[in-house]
Every structure is written in structure tokens, then in C-alpha cells.
Write a protein that binds this ligand. Structure first.
Ligand code: IFM
Length: 473
């Protein structure tokens, strides 16, 4: 299929200028184990928090569960072949802790064998395996012991990391410890919209710290077993700005949200300490109580790269106003903060404003603050109501527009001097979108969940052409 790049700009403005990426730029797509694998009881896998959570009535839209997902566990060879046909340079996937150490217990050879095969088939296809150790599927047994609110879970995570890295460390191209600890901690333990569904703010703050501690411990494991392999961590970062920069209330709201979404993770990882303003904000939820001597040094283990997952920015205010909605951070004390929605901005099916400029800003800020740190966009993508035409094609021009505008935004950052080394579209395949179930489709490749038939959407063909040309003219 041939796609006219000049027709893809979502504002109706023609993309007329060339957009070229540096040689060696990594072009990839991402998935996560629970979202694509299915086969939740195969070969010794036991429940994760998401299996247990999804069974609770009302927890997930439509009562959807981790079955069948995209049945990637059984169809991975075909999926790798599709990746090869698209010309992907890298595949970012996560490993399922409850497959590898079911119930958080002893290693499971069958679970490890699956990832052995996946990694080998990627390498045979000339695709770099980018492995993430944790993308939210904590073994349910460990949740029953307190989950991430329990400090011991960080050490269990290091044990699991040891099993994985000692087995695959000779072949994985790049290691990531955690995906989006904000979601695992805050959505899992404070708002309760994600597994394990707890609504205990102090547990969420403890979980955030223990996830970071687990990251630091896992970095040490990676350095011991795969000293030559680049290792990093992936955060969901947001460009946060006050609705009115002259309003002290809005500026304070922006400080607060930037703190909770971004600095709570970036600062301990890269500066070696939690920001003082957040330590004060989170004092009622016991942040200082869970930090022990030596934790800061463990968490600040040097990174080879940082992964940025970017979906949208936030305009925030300290007061409710027309078109605003609660920022959600009331779980951890930011009761009055409101997100100001832009009624005129295009939105994805998730309701998120399309704000590519926020990606440039996010990358520029990181580069200003940490100029020597290589960056990757490890996730960026959009759900749209894809329609399968009578001829079977999925002409997802809205997704192509999203993708092209964000690639251009990433390119703007590179032109401004940011050391951005790669981009991973979220997601390779349609998949289980957590509490939204299968209703939201983010994939470059459409999945018919009944037949498991795969159909590359027009966006997949478009992306494939961009990869082949390292940009567009
Ligand atoms: O599907 C998720 C993914 O698991 C983590 N980052 C955001 C994606 C879209 O919501």
C-alpha cells in the first residue's frame, strides 16, 4: 500500500517539509505481557494482580480479562514475522513475573522457555529484543503479602530479575526495569482503578518508593549478569503547565501535579533524592517513614538511558472552572487541582487531547536537566475507533496523523540538540487496555479477538515506510 505523506497532518495542514532521523535511530513498537499474551493458565503460570482484579465485577469494562488478549504466547512466531515485514528494528515487550516465578516462588522452566524462544526468534529476524522486567503483573500471592506497599516485594523483584537476566542476559539488547511506576503505585493503590484496586494513599506512596527501590536492586542484578547491556527505566511523563501562569493558585497546582507525576520518579532516579517540596506534600502519607538509609543510593544507580512514555500534557488550575475536571490527585492530597480541558483540541478515543508539542517540551526539559542522558520514546500512541472496511482494510488516518505529528515533535527535539535515540509506537497489536478492556484499540495491527486474525492497519504500512526511509521527504 502506498501512503501519501502529504495527506496525513491532523490539522489539515499539509506536511510539506522533510523529517529525517539520525542514522542508527531505533524504530520499534511495544507491548506488555498481560496485555497481549493471553494463555493465563498455560505452562504453570499463576495469577497476577490483574487476573484477580479483572474477575471483580465492574473492575474492567465489559468484564474483560487477560483472556484471550492477542494470544501472543502461542502466536509469537507469526507476530515476529509481521514485525519483520514491517521492518521494525526493535520490539519492546515485558516478561510475566507469574510465568517465570509463579506465585513469586521458584523459577518455572516452561515460563522461561517462552521468553527464550521469543528472544531467539527476534534475533533471527534481525529485531533487537528490548525487555522490560515489570509491566504491572505482580504475582497475586505477593499482593496477599502486602504487594508493593510491602518493602519485601522490592527484594522479591530483585530475585525474579536475577532469574530472568541470568537466563536471557546474553541475548537481550536492552533492559528496562519498570514500566510507569506512577501507574502501578497511584492507580493500583490510591485511586484503585487498576489492580490491585486498593484505595489507600499511604500504601500508594509506599508502593512508589518500593517500586523505585526494586528498580535500583534490579539495576545491580543487570550490571552483574549483563554488564555490557544498556539498562534503564521507563516513566510516563507529562508536560504540565498552569492554566494561567499569572495565577498563584494555578502555578501551585502545576507544581503539585508536576511533582506527583514527574519529579517523584525523575529526581530520586537521577538526582539521588526526593524533591523537598514533595517530601513536605507527602508527609501526611508517610513518604519519609518508608525511606531507609541507603535507599537513595540504590535508587540512583547510574542509568544508561531513560525511557519516556508520552501520551498528552496537562493544563492545570487551582480552582474549578468551565471545562475542568478533578485531576485525580486528590488521593494524595491535591484535592483542589483541576485539569483544564481544551474543548477545541482533537482527542483520541481515550479522551486524551492530542498535544505533540508537549512531547518536544518533555524531551527538552529532560535534556536541559540531564544533558548527558540518552533518551528514548518508549511509548507513544493512540486509541481510535478503527473501522474494518468491507474489503478488510483499516484506514486509520487519525492514527497516522497522531503518529506523524508526534514523530515530528520528537524530531524537533532532536534538531534542538536532544540525544533522542529511538521511538517505540504503542502498541504493536491491539490489546487489553487495562480497566478499559478490549474496547480501546491502540495497535498498528488489528486483532480480531474471535479469530485472532491479524490485519496491519494503514498506520502500520505508513510507519513501515517511515522506518525504511528513516523519516520522510
Ligand atoms: O496500555 C498502556 C500501557 O500499558 C502503558 N502505557 C500507556 C498505555 C496506553 O494507556
Amino acid at each position: 500500500m502506498s501512503v501519501d505523506h502529504d495527506r496525513v497532518d491532523h490539522d489539515g495542514v499539509r506536511e510539506q517539509t522533510a523529517c529525517r532521523f539520525p542514522p542508527g535511530f531505533v524504530w520499534g513498537a511495544a507491548t506488555a505481557a498481560f496485555q497481549v499474551e493471553g494463555a493465563t493458565t498455560a505452562d504453570g503460570r499463576t495469577d497476577s494482580v490483574w487476573d484477580a482484579f479483572a474477575r471483580q465485577p465492574g473492575a474492567v469494562v465489559g468484564g474483560d480479562t487477560g483472556e484471550p488478549a492477542a494470544d501472543h504466547y502461542r502466536r509469537f512466531a507469526d507476530d515476529v514475522d509481521l514485525m519483520r515485514q514491517l521492518g521494525l528494528g526493535a520490539y519492546r515487550f515485558s516478561l510475566a513475573w507469574p510465568r517465570i516465578r509463579p506465585d513469586g516462588g521458584a523459577p518455572n522452566p516452561a515460563g522461561l522457555a517462552f521468553y527464550d524462544q521469543l528472544v531467539d526468534s527476534l534475533l533471527e529476524a534481525g529485531i533487537q529484543p528490548w525487555a522490560t522486567l515489570y509491566h504491572w503483573d505482580l504475582p497475586q500471592t505477593l499482593e496477599l503479602d502486602g504487594g508493593w506497599a510491602n518493602r519485601a516485594t522490592a527484594f522479591k523483584f530483585a530475585e525474579y530479575a536475577e532469574t530472568v537476566v541470568s537466563r536471557l542476559g546474553d541475548r537481550v539488547a536492552t533492559w528496562s526495569t519498570l514500566n510507569e511506576p506512577w501507574c502501578a503505585a497511584m492507580l493500583g493503590y490510591a485511586s484503585g482503578v487498576h489492580a490491585p484496586g486498593r484505595t489507600e494513599p499511604a500504601a500508594a506512596v509506599a508502593a512508589a518508593h518500593h517500586l523505585l527501590l526494586g528498580h535500583g536492586l534490579a539495576m545491580d542484578v543487570i550490571r552483574r549478569h549483563a554488564p555490557e547491556t544498556p539498562a534503564g527505566v521507563t516513566l510516563n511523563l507529562y508536560d504540565v503547565e498552569p492554566a494561567d501562569p499569572d495565577s498563584p493558585g494555578d502555578v501551585e497546582a502545576a507544581r503539585r501535579i508536576d511533582g506527583l507525576q514527574n519529579r517523584l520518579y525523575v529526581d530520586p532516579l537521577l538526582r539521588g533524592a526526593y524533591p523537598e517540596d514533595l517530601v513536605a506534600d507527602l508527609a501526611p502519607f508517610g513518604l519519609s517513614d518508608v525511606v531507609r538509609d541507603g535507599d537513595a543510593e540504590t535508587i540512583a544507580a547510574p542509568l544508561d538511558w531513560l525511557g519516556v512514555n508520552y501520551y498528552r500534557g496537562y493544563r492545570v488550575s487551582g480552582a474549578p472552572q468551565l471545562g475542568s475536571e478533578p485531576a485525580g490527585a486528590e488521593w494524595v492530597g491535591a484535592r483542589d487541582v483541576q485539569f483544564i480541558r481544551d474543548a477545541t483540541a482533537p482527542r483520541t478515543e481515550s479522551g486524551w487531547e492530542v498535544q505533540p508539542a508537549g512531547l518536544t517540551e518533555t524531551l527538552l526539559r529532560l535534556h536541559r536537566d540531564y544533558p548527558r542522558l540518552p533518551l528514548y520514546v518508549t511509548e507513544n500512541g493512540a486509541a481510535y475507533p478503527d473501522v474494518v472496511r468491507d474489503d478488510g482494510a483499516i484506514a486509520d488516518t487519525d492514527r497516522i496523523a497522531f503518529l506523524s505529528s508526534h514523530l515530528r515533535a520528537a524530531n524537533d527535539a532532536i534538531q534542538a540538540g536532544v540525544d533522542l535515540r529511538g521511538y517505540f509506537y504503542w502498541s504493536l497489536l491491539d490489546n487489553f487496555e487495562w480497566a478499559e478492556g478490549y474496547a480501546k484499540r491502540f495497535g498498528l495491527i488489528h486483532v480480531d479477538y474471535r479469530t485472532q486474525r491479524r490485519t496491519p492497519k494503514h498506520s502500520a504500512h505508513w510507519y513501515s515506510q517511515v522506518i525504511a526511509a528513516n523519516g520522510w521527504d
